[in-house]
Design a protein around this ligand. Structure first.
Ligand SMILES: N[C@@H](CCC[C@H](N)C(=O)O)C(=O)O
Length: 336
């Protein structure tokens, strides 16, 4: 028997698999098949998830472990902010340390345990970087000659300005009114840019943000490889950077920004030095279920109610109590 965990950051749900606990690690095709089977509510368990987080050892010096992110559709993401918080918690408890680095696809990132957000709501801060604006980093095309920053793109949505930031996974951001958060524009644009299209050949995560006040945002994201999500950590981080870059009177570098999302709330802090930007993403790292399963079922992508033994923790009730204590800033319902 091996143990999977169901985890979430701001209700952005994942299954966490530690390859080091297996007799034989899953191959890449097996990971793709497992992500597609397990995260699909119709074929998997526990209402599915937005992806799987694959933990492994790192061969890099001074790095505690490695995280890979497989989206629900089987595509691999270079980064996942909400997922990295839960992987940080897992590694922190496995190795009994509170501050360390985690290897991701393109960078070794600094993470640290923070004060709990509330009773039984553990929190971690994770570094979101490297930050890129050049079209090759996404890639994107047919959107002018260089970076896309606070620019009208009528072909996307008329009347809105867009900013493209890779952190390093690709994000497209627009600041909108409350109606813009609620209407069909985000779903339509996210769907269009994540099918074969002339702008983002590898797809893009699309976030619409409503400015609530000084250093305060509400962010809703349509994720590449997933669709609407309760929260996207890298999306909220990229949006916070776009906020500080394009609304200097309303957002501060190096200060905490509160980012509400359909699944709860995180804090971000955006930094700029002469040669780089980076963002701290701070939020919950919640473990909702432990799932015992035979290793053979993982290799066969056959993780079902019949092949698993599931134990629920008490952390979701604690998290929902924490969310209940937050100001109600949006009517967008949490996706189950
Ligand atoms: N939800 C994640 C981002 C996951 C990856 C994304 N779908 C992509 O393909 O880039 C987050 O919390 O950052």
């Amino acid at each position: 028997m091996v143990q999977l965990r169901k985890v979430h950051g701001s209700e952005n749900h994942f299954f966490l698999l530690d390859q080091t606990t297996l007799a034989q690690k899953l191959t890449d095709p097996e990971l793709v098949a497992l992500a597609q089977q397990l995260t699909n509510p119709a074929t998997g368990i526990l209402d599915g998830a937005d992806g799987i987080l694959v933990v492994d050892d790192s061969e890099h010096d001074n790095v505690l472990g490695q995280m890979r992110v497989i989206n629900a559709d089987g595509s691999e993401a270079s980064m996942c902010g909400n997922g990295l918080r839960t992987v940080s918690r897992y590694l922190s408890e496995k190795y009994h340390t509170n501050q360390f680095k985690v290897q991701t696809l393109t960078a070794d990132l600094q993470v640290s345990r923070q004060s709990d957000l509330a009773a039984q709501v553990p929190a971690f801060s994770v570094e979101i970087s490297p930050v890129r604006f050049n079209p090759e980093a996404f890639p994107f095309q047919n959107l002018g000659d260089g970076a896309l920053i606070d620019t009208p793109v009528p072909a996307f949505v008329s009347g809105l300005n867009f900013t493209a930031i890779a952190v390093p996974n690709p994000h497209l951001i627009s600041f909108v009114t409350e109606d813009g958060i609620n209407n069909d524009d985000l779903g339509n644009l996210g769907t269009k840019l994540n099918q074969p299209n002339e702008y983002f050949p590898d797809g893009v995560n699309v976030s619409f943000a409503q400015i609530l006040g000084k250093n305060q945002l509400f962010v809703r994201t349509f994720e590449r490889g997933v669709g609407f999500t309760n929260a996207c950590g890298t999306g909220m981080s990229a949006t916070s950077l776009a906020f500080a870059m394009t609304h200097a009177n309303l957002a501060d570098f190096d200060q905490l920004i509160t980012v509400y999302n359909p699944g709860g709330m995180v804090k971000t802090r955006v930094h700029q030095t002469e040669d780089r930007y980076w963002i701290d993403l701070i939020g919950n790292a919640t473990e909702t279920h432990f799932i015992d399963v035979d290793e053979a079922e993982l290799h066969a992508a056959n993780v079902t109610d019949a092949t698993t033994d599931v134990t629920e923790t008490t952390e979701e009730a604690a998290y929902l109590k924490f969310v209940d204590s937050l100001p109600k800033v949006s009517s967008i319902a949490v996706k189950k």
